[in-house]
Design a protein around this ligand. Sequence first.
Ligand code: CP
Length: 332
Amino acid sequence: MEPNRKKDLITFDDWSKDEIIEIIGLSAELKEKRRRKEITNWLVNQTLFMIFYEQSTRTRNSMEAAMTQLGGHAHDLTADKMQISHGESPKDTAKVLSRMGESIAIRNCFYGIGNKYLHQIAHHSDIPLISMQDDIYHPLQVIADLMTMQEYYGENLSGLKVAISWAYAESHAKPLSVPQSQILLFPRFGMDVAIAHPLEFPLQQDIIDKAVENAQRNGGSISFTDNMEDAISGADIVIPKNWGGFAHFDHFIDDEQHYQIMRHNLQKYKHWILDSKKFSLAKSDAKIMHALPADRGKEITDELLDSPNSIIYDEAENRLHTAKAILAMLMR
Ligand code: CP
């Protein structure tokens, strides 16, 4: 990365592969330093403004802990604590925060709004803008996924079969951003990604097109099926994940009507759960990943999520180390 140039993180598709590899290397270094209880005061007196429009456990706490461990401070903000709730413009918000701190991070997953809002803030901000998830991308999750995969399978992930399967859930609206970021990034590292979903729960076509392009350029592959078992068959890694349950799609007329359509569609696919019968189709030593929070007993059985094949807590822990690496790289 060029020194003294403001760089944002909205999607890793805007970052080179070398930059991503650098982040993973720095994350591993920071993980080791934490294990050895070494002090890493790299961001002393620096401030990160975190603005959450939605709930968060992993992102909020990994980012705040990351800033503390790097010697700086994170403001844990919500839109309703700020004049954003009275309509203050993205320009004024970005300009003011730029005068007071060193980075802005935002989670805004509202469909059709979140990504656009982040781009507006990034445009007007003089300091880096980091996405903590929007309606299209979740870069902080997917970089932790990649680090976790390399810890288990080594640096060369070419030929690894990753099954990403839509799964039933009803706890809350789970965005498209995790699977979309995964299908964009994993093929850049040569992985073969098989995606399964019912026809009613597609990913965005422009993201699929870009993912196919990434696969063609880097030796990975992307395939789609509407059969969960087909995707899981022979997989090294299985990721059961709900998306789009109550999402905004183009064909609805008003919110209530849309909600009822999605509710009806959702109920048809309660059998899309990762259980031991389906998982037995994967390789015998296959790993299970999940960004969390998981709908236990709906997306995946407790038996599998708590099994030795599950590496979900390593994946969650790596949110901290990768967050530290990203903050250090963008703010130092
Ligand atoms: N995976 C993830 O982003 O978790 P949170 O919603 O808890 O931040």
